[in-house]
Design a protein around this ligand. Structure first.
Ligand SMILES: *[C@@H]1O[C@H](CO)[C@@H](O)[C@H](O)[C@H]1NC(C)=O
Ligand SMILES: *[C@@H]1O[C@H](CO)[C@@H](O)[C@H](O)[C@H]1NC(C)=O
Ligand SMILES: *[C@@H]1O[C@H](CO)[C@@H](O)[C@H](O)[C@H]1NC(C)=O
Length: 376
């Protein structure tokens, strides 16, 4: 399985270090000497704000500045069971109700799923901010899915040749694609990569403590194939404002070149789903041989699409094609995930597209069009 593929550079360095300690002492010195990156060093001593290695230390929920919220359960999913209703209909009623509740200024809607096994033949969406679906813990609340997405819905409309590769899951946290937040300020002077301050024309719509998106989109002529398919932005907190000089918590990842000052804009975060989560559940899929790379049948647990500051924690999958896919999202934390199978799903059965099937699944965790996300 291609699990946990987007690892921060320092994690790779730490893993190398552990291996180095297992080799004989004479060789160890050479290996250790040779393994540290000149971009990072041993403990970050070579890292520079204007260097090639991005700063990953602001990954995850609210850039790692705040712990994940743990509000109490507000409603049990069992409240939605009418006489004669099966689990699928009960879940559908609960998700429909949750998604249709108006947002309050503060406060979360937490749907509790008590310990037990539930049999589900549908996919479900979280399309509301501050909405958490919480089981009684991984291994205690078990969602059984006897049918794959392709059995329920046919081939994936998002992919050719119809495999559930990068889109589609049984629980989707789904926001609005490609929305820009309102323009708050325009940059007025060049700045260097690695700087934390920029001068703006008018800072009156900005406030200390606010998170903003700094969009660099106009700075490059992108090839047509990337048009509308990139997010060249820095999401960061404002830590100081002095007249028209705004200081961010994070370093600028790109220079603001003299000819492109007008193309850099500070915007509010987009109006899309945020602060929602899936927690404390195991997704148990019916065992099936793996369908083949890009021919996945859709045994997919959780996806985050076009949302921000959301999380999945204490979840597990059994016999999954994909466990967590993050797409077009930022500020996502994924923690405490267990990926299991009941028996090997690998096979060498030829398929129409000559795609290999000698894996147990596709993505353990995938980040696509996604700004700093963390997974622990
Ligand atoms: C569950 O109930 C719904 C609504 O009555 C029905 O359409 C569906 O077929 C049922 N599912 C199963 C697996 O029995
Ligand atoms: C990109 O988005 C803009 C604005 O929504 C639109 O006018 C343009 O046609 C899009 N370009 C492509 C290649 O989709
Ligand atoms: C793959 O081949 C089988 C057997 O020939 C056929 O039934 C099936 O429709 C084909 N699937 C696709 C996606 O082409």
């Amino acid at each position: 399985m291609q699990a946990w593929c987007a690892r921060p550079a320092w994690a790779a360095a730490a893993a190398t270090l552990l291996l180095a300690s297992a080799v004989p002492p004479a060789a160890a010195a050479i290996v250790e000497e040779g393994e540290y990156s000149t971009l990072w060093g041993k403990d970050g001593e070579f890292w520079k704000p204007d260097g090639r290695l991005p700063d990953f230390s602001f990954a995850g929920y609210k850039q790692g500045n705040e712990p994940l919220p743990s509000p109490l359960v507000t409603r049990s999913i069992l409240d939605f069971r009418q006489p004669g209703m099966n689990d699928t209909a009960m879940f559908a009623a609960a998700f429909d109700w949750a998604n249709s509740q108006p947002l309050q200024e503060e406060g979360y809607l937490v749907l509790g799923i008590p310990a037990g096994s539930y049999s589900l033949e549908s996919r479900f969406y979280i399309r509301r901010s501050r909405t958490i679906v919480r089981g009684a813990g991984r291994g205690a609340t078990i969602l059984n899915f006897p049918k794959s997405l392709s059995q329920l819905y046919g081939p994936s409309p998002a992919e050719i040749p119809g495999g559930y590769v990068n889109a589609g899951a049984f629980i989707s946290l789904e926001g609005s694609p490609r929305v820009l937040g309102p323009l708050l300020a325009e940059v007025s002077e060049p700045a260097n990569k690695g700087d934390t301050s920029v001068r703006v024309m008018d800072a009156s719509q900005l406030a200390v403590g606010q998170y903003v998106d700094v969009w660099f989109d106009g700075e490059w002529e992108l090839p047509e194939k990337y048009a509308n398919n990139t997010q060249v932005k820095l999401t960061t907190k404002i830590v100081d404002i002095q007249d028209d000089v705004v200081t961010f918590e994070r370093h600028l990842p790109y220079s603001i070149e003299p000819g492109f000052v007008n193309d850099v804009a500070i915007r509010a975060l987009p109006d899309t789903v945020h602060d929602s989560a899936v927690e404390g559940l195991t997704f148990a899929f019916a065992w099936e041989l793996y369908g083949g790379h890009h021919l996945e049948k859709g045994w997919c647990a959780v996806e985050f699409h076009d949302v921000y500051n959301c999380w999945a924690r204490n979840i597990g999958t059994i016999n999954a094609d994909n466990t967590v896919v993050i797409n077009g999202a930022f500020g996502i934390t994924v923690s405490d995930v267990l990926i299991e199978r009941t028996a090997s799903r690998q096979n060498s059965i030829p398929n129409n597209f000559s795609e290999p099937a000698n894996y147990d699944g596709h993505w353990g965790l995938s980040l696509q069009h996604a700004a700093p996300c963390s997974h622990l």
